[in-house]
Design a protein around this ligand. Structure first.
Ligand SMILES: [Zn+2]
Length: 235
């Protein structure tokens, strides 16, 4: 739980509900403008992310941020009241850097959405999650026993909404960092995190490859330090 040498706003964290502050976010704080369609993209086998080629926009606090990539961590990185889950998906959106203004103001340069998944025998898995799992199955067959370190781009179409909870109006929000390090070993800060408490259920056979190839391992929990976590979640 030491922040050094990375900074004091690191991720992931354990969110203690009773220590979060209830707020009424403005109506344009988080606006989903993804089209409710299967959007084209590629699964990159070098970074284990699905990269969207079609434009999917998230309205955040008056700015439009483009959904860039999606990946999972098995098990989940964030916890709510010390509870973790089978896996966690991250939707990464770089924010537009208008005239470098957010370097001066210290505003976020990424917004990342986090959703939790639980494996349940009786669950009905959303279609796009199954599709992603099948893509990975094909990848692991094609790759053979001696994987080569080459970037293979597997074309696929996915509906981003199928990876998110139905109720996207309830979330926790805090300032943190990316949870994978850059080439210098640092975990870049100035990331706005939106963590949804609603857990999505998926059937075991539909996510086995996803779990196997979730190479972005869960980073250990980091200290909260002097941060305030906001919520519009009621219990
Ligand atoms: Zn991640």
């Amino acid at each position: 739980m030491f922040a050094w040498p990375y900074g004091s706003q690191q991720s992931p964290i354990n969110i203690e509900h009773h220590q979060t502050i209830p707020v009424a976010f403005p109506s344009d704080y988080l606006v989903f403008k993804y089209r409710d369609l299967e959007l084209a993209g590629e699964f990159h086998t070098d970074d284990h992310n699905f990269h969207f080629n079609d434009v999917a926009i998230l309205g955040y606090n008056g700015s439009d941020a483009r959904l860039q990539r999606v990946h999972i961590h098995a098990r989940s990185e964030h916890r709510i009241d010390n509870i973790d889950h089978d896996f966690e998906i991250h939707f990464v959106h770089p924010l537009p850097d208008i005239h470098c203004a957010n370097h001066v103001t210290g505003d976020s340069n990424h917004i990342v959405l986090a959703a939790f998944f639980k494996i349940a025998e009786t669950a009905t898995t959303p279609k796009s999650i199954k599709a992603m799992n099948l893509t990975l199955q094909k990848y692991s067959k094609d790759r053979g026993p001696k994987p080569e370190k080459v970037d293979t781009k597997i074309p696929e179409k996915l509906n981003p909404y199928e990876f998110l909870p139905k109720d996207r109006t309830k979330f926790y929000r805090y300032e943190g960092s990316l949870t994978t390090s850059d080439s210098c070993g640092f975990y870049k800060e100035r990331v706005t995190w939106i963590v949804f408490p609603e857990v999505i259920e998926v059937a075991p056979g539909d996510v086995d490859e996803l779990q196997k190839h979730a190479q972005e391992k869960a980073r250990p929990l980091q200290a909260i330090n002097r941060r305030v976590i906001l919520r519009n979640v009621t219990r």
